[in-house]
Design a protein around this ligand. Structure first.
Ligand SMILES: Cc1cc2nc3c(=O)[nH]c(=O)nc-3n(C[C@H](O)[C@H](O)[C@H](O)COP(=O)(O)O)c2cc1C
Length: 159
């Protein structure tokens, strides 16, 4: 784990995309994504969170602007998802996900209360969220992740 403080050039990009991975392969593939992300993101001072839920990815990437945009462009070419839509991108005052170079969270049944509170349980469509609603969702997920897992870098928690 590497906690990295913000800098003057800090940017955050949040996007949502549709998962193209078949369910039986999902855990393994997301594990691979996180392994590559931890390695690459650490080298680029990028931190973030990847939410995996109901056929959708939602991810926050934060760090210096150019590495964040380069990383996003690389991610866009990944066939494991499609239809990526940027929900927000721009300067950020501080890191919201500074504890993780990247970690993934799969929402469990017990997390439904979070989705209820955000009015997102039915027809979960993160690609339709406003910038502020998307960040609120990922910050709520950050909260569960921080409370529940002893090792937050653990690739994927089963529902
Ligand atoms: C939803 C999603 C999120 C990803 N997030 C990251 C990321 O934050 N950082 C990263 O380096 N790769 C990420 N990847 C993986 C990249 O698309 C690519 O496979 C990887 O960067 C290749 O790294 P390598 O050349 O070191 O193997 C993501 C892929 C997907 C599908």
């Amino acid at each position: 784990m590497s906690a990295i403080s913000g800098s003057r050039t800090l940017h955050r990009l949040v996007y949502a995309s549709e998962i193209s991975i078949l369910e039986p392969d999902l855990e393994h593939e997301v594990g691979g994504i996180i392994q590559a992300s931890m390695r690459n993101n650490r080298a680029r001072a990028i931190t973030g969170l990847l939410l995996v839920h109901a056929g959708w990815f939602a991810q926050a990437l934060e760090g210096p602007a150019e590495p964040v945009m380069q990383t996003y462009r690389r991610i866009l070419e990944d066939p494991r998802h499609k239809g990526a839509k940027v929900l927000s991108a721009g300067p950020a005052p501080s890191r919201e996900f500074g504890d993780w170079n990247m970690c993934a969270r799969r929402m469990s049944d017990a997390d439904d209360a979070i989705l209820d509170a955000l009015a997102l349980r039915d027809a979960f469509r993160p690609d339709a969220l406003s910038a502020s609603a998307a960040l609120r969702l990922l910050k709520a997920v950050r909260g569960i992740q921080a409370r529940r897992t002893f090792d937050p870098q653990r690739p994927l928690e089963k529902p």
